[in-house]
Design a protein. Sequence first.
Length: 785
Amino acid sequence: MSEEIQQKLTRRGVVVHGVVQGVGFRPFVYRLALEEHLAGVISNDTDGVTIEIEGESASIEAFLSRLRSETPPLARIDSVAVRNLAPIGEAGFRIVASEVLGRVSTGIPADAATCADCLRELLDPADRRYRYPFLNCTNCGPRFTITRRIPYDRPQTSMARFTMCAACQAEYDDPANRRFHAQPNACWDCGPQLSLVSADGVDLPAEDLVDAAIALIAGGEILAIKGIGGFHLCVDATNETAVMRLRERKHRYGKPLAVMVRDLDAARGLCEITEDEAALLTTPARPIVLAERRFGSAVAAAVAPDIPWLGLFLPYAPLHHLLFADGRLRALVMTSANLSEEPIAIDNDEARARLSAIADAFLMHNREILQRCDDSVAAIVDGAPQLIRRARGFVPLGVPLPMDAPPLLAVGGHLKNVFALARGRFVYQSQHLGDLENLTGLEFFRESLDHLMRTFEIEPAAVVHDLHPGYLSTEWAKQWAAERGLPAIAVQHHHAHVAACMAEHGVLSPTIGISLDGTGYGTDGRIWGGEVLITRLDGEDPGNFERFAHLDYVPMPGGDAAVREPWRMALGHLHHAGFDIRSPEILNLLDANASDVRVLSRMMERGINAPLTSSCGRLFDAVAAVVLGRAEVDYDAQAAIELEGIDVHEPYETGESDASAYKLEFMAGNWPVREPARISASPLWRTLVRDLSANVPKPRIAAHFHAAVARAFVHATIEARKATGIGQVALSGGCMHNRRLARLLRVGFEAQGFQVFEHCAVSPGDGGLSYGQAMVAADLLRRKS
Ligand SMILES: [Zn+2]
Ligand SMILES: [Zn+2]
């Protein structure tokens, strides 16, 4: 090559980090290179994607700019590093095979819903994949749930056993094809197949199995359907009898069931869907979205009793689209196939063994699910998306951390558990694992941990757990750390909540954290949950947080029983507020039995089996018990959710109003020397009981109550600002799922000039705990070193 030509050429080495494997990134780069008339090579490796590119410098600049601006839908670029290389006069652009070398830092993609191109093929009688239930391409399809380890290549997935036919292989090998290196690529001839089996294990023959399954569902039967991250139990959502039968067989009576509908139009037929909710429903993650029901919709009342919302989601696997294709089915209950809080079933034999008493038939397939992954749940809260359950479609994408973390394992809490692995500037949260109360839960935890440690090749150098000594996760973490000689770090529950919210927004400066939730073990051994914490990450003070104020302690008569039976919590609160709980007025109010109340009353007076709590969730429970007569709950936070539900149409009170009679009292403490301030609900109870006996409409009472709680925490935070000069506030804890409360708090804080941070990428509830634990531990370890 002449020197003249070589001078005109430029060659650059480009390393891209992020989610760049299995998401159509290489064909995208290939196309860009061709369009910009550039030569070079691209390879996937364990460190990301490496590109060498050669040509005129203006073209290279255009290429680099388009690399960022035209990124494929499922890809996420975290960083691009460019260096100069000597031109070699290369011609053409090549894609070379994956290498498995060194440490893995490339993100593994999350599962993604069927894309528009694939959907068109699925429903096109002329296409070779017409009605093929497992079609996919680089822009869509299963990823995390079928992957054993990375790099994400077919032999490392459960597609390894299916050998591609010549037609599929040709697509897979063609850089210009949508299916170039689409690892789960398959068709009728070479890929996974369906089977339809009765509850007693007999194959149900049919010319078209999907058609036969539709007929069973339309006939009111319960089907177990194998999906992407596990089995669903499916019934016709418009059939009251079928839904009731599912509830009876599953022993779940109150918990709302998710409903899948054909498309956005069908969703709009059942619920009022805002623009934001429509956007959330149609993201590639396809979460279940909580939306307000339309009055008189076709959905059976038993689907979501006593609440004004429905959990709706759209089809995300080709099989789901096929179920709706002929229009016979309009809305399907699709609920995780498990018994109460057990992990979701994924294996065909396991599903048959566990679900044969529930399902009438099984619609299954022979592509193995390697990772259980429930559907994610999200909602628009206070105008922004909030994840309630982070699972399919989001896991295992990393959530950024605002400081470097050594390799860490944070095990989370107890209920709705999610653990996290951290390294460098990312935290990889596991899928929602459910409650860690028994061995089945612990088994799922271990299984997922092994998988995630393997996929990301993270060997923890420290283990982080909740402060609660009795949690199964704490016990497990301490033992695991001891066996490996690793430090085990305990982080207080509400501190972790607040840290999670701060970390999400990259906030490291001192912040006032409002942490409102059900249960968390406090540094004084009591049950916290209505907390105003001064949180200093990255501060000089190694104390991490100080408790500035909390809801006043009230007794929980019967301990954990008071969580399942909110009427006990109401007794605790009324007793604390100075009511004579044995009086006919209170017995009548709670529809309670005099002798039961006598027993509980004695427990509280003597302080026996009546632990003290500052929990905000329990305050909501108590109010729901009194206002709604919700004596017992069937699922977590049911009473509070119903209380939020009855006042959806009440106006928001953001200033002073007739509701001002509803108030909580701020009782200054001796902070920071001796004791935190207390926020007492006693005055509120007096107004509330008076209004109830005066027959004030219950929705109005509920609205006043929400407003009073928000005002009380804003007031306490103003006091905290006076004491500390801190003007920013982070809102966290499971009560932040409550839209009314979240909005009232945000508006209230902003009116007082606070800067407000709320959760978005991780759950404000216990699902976000492990992320916050990782943040606190990273901060501690950084200061120690
Ligand atoms: Zn596709
Ligand atoms: Zn094929």
